[in-house]
Write a protein that binds this ligand. Sequence first.
Ligand code: HEM
Length: 463
Amino acid sequence: MAALTDSWSKKSMATGDHTFRMQALHKKHGDIVRTGPNTLSFATVNAYRDIYGHVGQDKKRFLKNAIYEREDPRITSVRDPAAHAEQRRALSHAFSARALRDQEDVVHQYVDALLRKLGELGEQGVQAVDMTEAYNWLTFDIIGDLAFGEPFNAVSQASSKWVQGIIDWSIYQSLAYMMKTKPLYRILLPLMWGSRLSTMRTIAEESEAMAKDKTRRRLETPPEDLPDRADFFSHLIKKQQVTERYMMGTSQTLIVAGSETTATALIAMTFWLLKTPHTLAKLQAEVRGTFSSLEEITGDATAAKCAYLHAVVEEGLRLSPPVATALPRDCPGTVIDGVYVPEGVVVGVDNYSMSRDPRWWKDPESFIPERWLQDKDDKTGKNVGRFAEEDKRASQPFSLGPRACLGINLAYVEMRIMLAKLVFAYDLELESTEIADWNRACKMYGLWKKPPCMVKLRPHITL
Ligand code: HEM
């Protein structure tokens, strides 16, 4: 079927179960699976390197597939390598070590506000709170502040219309582009998505109007009225490298790429910790044994002193990669992991299958942070112990090479600070008894749509 038409994978995406189906297909058919007449999905470590890795000047490049194109230009949609490199250089100032130091203050501000809000909403441990939603408020406010110099007030209001619409907005953008460029999809996609399509269109239009409004306000704000720290766009505006359309597109990308991904990672880590209480106890012991107050918990201090926290973060990203599907690239006609693939074939590595493949991971479906705390033989320096044979390159949550995530350092700081402060301040208990398998109940539409995860938070300190 997939050899004849793309409709299988488009339909599969519409079910939300595409990720789980791809995992089953790779299990059944092996390292290379055909998902459309012109599309191949790979599941090997070398394919990551060959498709996404840096290449020398003389080698042909794998360009992003046309599916990334959007009406408003932005860093994620530009396909030409030279144009992309220029945009990435310009935006990378906003992700420098110096910028990150300023950004960390914003992270603390909203993490602390969320901790207080969780206590209030949960009546100090009496009521369960939906942590899926709470993390979305957090990451959305942080990105809003870092991009536009003002939050969305999601944490303070314990809700946000925009947060709820973000996945629909993101899906609709891809579908709208497909319908615009391929006439057949104008018939097929409404049949596959039904009335959801028009609901998503309304949400997308409202979200876009909101982003446009914020962007315009940001561009019109005189420098003296902005916060002291530079926001994402200050560098671009200073160098006059930004048009309103570019800023519109890039702000949409940053809101989606920077908030939804980090929120997914945080809720997955919280869920897995709660499902395996001995890991939560170990993390709590590390954090409470290392720090004596919330103020001591910083990005640098957690990086230097909390090895188990680091392992929890890596393991959460492995087991629940926020970007779980293959990132499509156009093959230039070259060899991928020993197999020649003709020019123009769309290829990618299936992140979710790789993350859970028993060839690379021991007990792959289980949450075991210890696998990231590799024991080494004193004499030989070689890995020893139960996880010595694992190939950690099989987990690439931020992708790799020239198009890898630009916000990786900010994401790690957010995740470490939030998790460390949460387990320092509260004792947690999972209440989601209505969902037998929370992980399986997650739906993948390019980004994960997650079910509620109800948690009781009993205060350990006074906030
Ligand atoms: C756990 C959190 C995150 C994960 C797992 C993640 C993952 C990824 C992945 C897999 C890509 C490559 C996408 C592709 O090739 O299609 C990407 C790109 C990108 N991410 Fe992230 N991301 C995270 C957080 C963030 C944050 C916090 C920001 C910024 C605020 C951010 C900004 C970007 C940008 C700008 C790109 C495009 C880079 C380029 O095309 O050169 N991400 N991210």
